[in-house]
Design a protein around this ligand. Sequence first.
Ligand code: MN
Length: 234
Amino acid sequence: MSRYSWQRFSSFYRFNPSPRTFQKRDLASRSETLNEVMPAGSLKTYRKKRNLQHTPEPKGDGKKAGGKKPIFVIQKHAARQLHYDFRLQVRRALKSWAVPKGPSLNPSDKRMAAEVEDHPLGYAKFEGVIPKGEYGAGTVMVWDKGTYRNVTKKDNKKVPITKALKRGHVAVWLNGKKIKGGYALSRIAKGKKPRWLLVKMKDEKADARRKPTKSETKSALTGRTMQKIEKEEE
Ligand code: MN
């Protein structure tokens, strides 16, 4: 390459970062596989993956401080594949996992939970329809919500939630409308796409007969069904 053309080439890329950006956006709007190339742990990733002009999802710039108790939310998300997004508040973000089958009340069920990017705290109140062509397109319902307590212990000592997440062993006590009791999250695969298992702990809230994902089909926020949300929000 001659010096002249190299200069043209490099200045083009310096002043036109768009080709790469568009490629990323394009990929983001079509699939959730972007988790493979971007780290999960920051709201930057959340914003990068979405075109926030085109989706009703929160922009993640809310300044509102939360209450004293940290919150959790489980959102039913009819994307290409129906799943339940399990989110725990850690400071001003929501640590998030996509759980294809959703939570179980049976301690012998191991529910796969794919760690996804942190979501802004305001996302906990998001219920609506992500438009076709956008990242995660489909209907989102606030299936359950409430507060949680970090009950992670090691050698009989309390482990702070951030440390527990880092170590890959988290125990929480959920106090939701549909889901209550202890749940353990254990990381089974590290790397670009961390995988965890979500398992009901053996306590008085365990109930192998109740199948809340089947029997409870209405929003904990608005009482609406998925169909109603779809109708009203599109
Ligand atoms: Mn989702």
